[in-house]
Design a protein around this ligand. Structure first.
Ligand code: A2P
Length: 289
């Protein structure tokens, strides 16, 4: 059911990171089952900038780095933005390159692909390392290598509320950013569990909001920023309309009762390899599963 939409809010709030840099609380996700052809993807990204998105989240894995870089150049050329520093751009180190000698070459390659001089944030895509050339969706014995780091853009939505990690990070002054805030519905790595959740459906209907807006607002109220992906113009706008209204205590209590489970791919089962350094998904997430 489509809820009546308010007009697009002018500016997305920003949070201040420990580094002193500001980050808009909503990022535009640049991952999809298949990324549209280059020109179409550039148009989508320009449309997102026109609507008001200023934070973009890509990765070398996604195949959208080049389009994002070209969209930034075009946005500067046509005056949609005046300076590169009006944007917050994230990319990610893929797990074949999570080794000290390989980080800088991978980052340089990303910057070259994007035609950018710098990124605002460079994340380790998964806290794992695999052999170069290994197929990440079909790992074999010997493909998984040791790795000893901790990262913090995490899967978070009403179905996996990160009830241990969010307070831990808050206590340590670490900012949390949620990926899959809508449960990655319609993707090969997600499910419709968030958008079909009855609790959210009921709240959305009584508030004249969409289910997605309720799901996103709940994350925002947790003090967590979010990466939300839609390549559809109406949904791009809708996903920014989560400010200037609040969930009630009763609604948040209902959301707290939703049974918890990580997303099908977010669990990370595909990275557990026979005789690999990590023996189980329980070990991968320190038992938080
Ligand atoms: P589309 O690009 O066709 O809008 P997540 O943010 O959890 O990764 O979920 C992304 C998925 O949710 C995409 O398949 C996207 O498809 C869809 N989506 C994004 N925004 C909305 C919305 N407001 N309502 C319904 N589906 C949405």
């Amino acid at each position: 059911m489509a809820a009546k939409q308010e007009t697009v809010e002018p500016k997305i709030p920003e949070i201040l990171l420990n580094s002193g840099h500001k980050m808009p609380v909503i990022g535009f996700g640049c991952a999809a089952n298949s990324i549209p052809p280059l020109d179409e993807m550039i148009s989508i990204l320009l449309k997102a900038m026109e609507i008001g998105y200023r934070h973009f989240d890509t990765a070398s894995l996604y195949g959208s780095e080049e389009a994002l870089g070209k969209a930034v150049a075009k946005a500067l050329e046509i005056g949609l933005i005046k300076n590169r520093d009006e944007l917050f751009i994230t990319s990610k180190l893929w797990i074949t390159h999570t080794h000290p000698d390989l980080v800088l070459p991978a980052l340089k390659q990303t910057l070259k692909t994007m035609g950018l001089e710098y990124l605002d944030l460079y994340l380790i895509h998964w806290p794992l390392r695999i052999k170069e050339g290994a197929d990440p969706v079909k790992l074999e014995e010997g493909d998984a290598l040791p790795f000893d780091m901790i990262v913090n853009q995490v899967e978070m939505n009403v179905n996996w509320q990160q009830r241990k990690l969010v307070p831990f990070c808050k206590a340590k002054g670490i900012h949390v950013c949620a990926w899959s805030p809508l449960g990655a519905s319609g993707t090969i790595w997600g499910s419709n569990a968030v958008l079909e959740n009855q609790v959210l459906k009921d709240i959305a209907a009584s508030r004249n909001k969409t289910i997605a807006q309720v799901a996103l607002r709940w994350i925002y109220e947790k003090g967590v920023t979010l990466i939300v992906k839609s390549f559809n113009e109406e949904r791009m706008k809708q996903n920014l309309q989560i400010f200037y209204w609040e969930l009630s205590k009763e609604e948040k209590d209902q959301i707290l009762c939703i049974p918890q489970h990580r997303g099908p791919v977010g669990r990370g089962d595909l990275f557990i390899v026979k005789n690999g350094p990590i023996k189980s998904v329980e070990e991968l997430w320190d038992g938080d599963i």
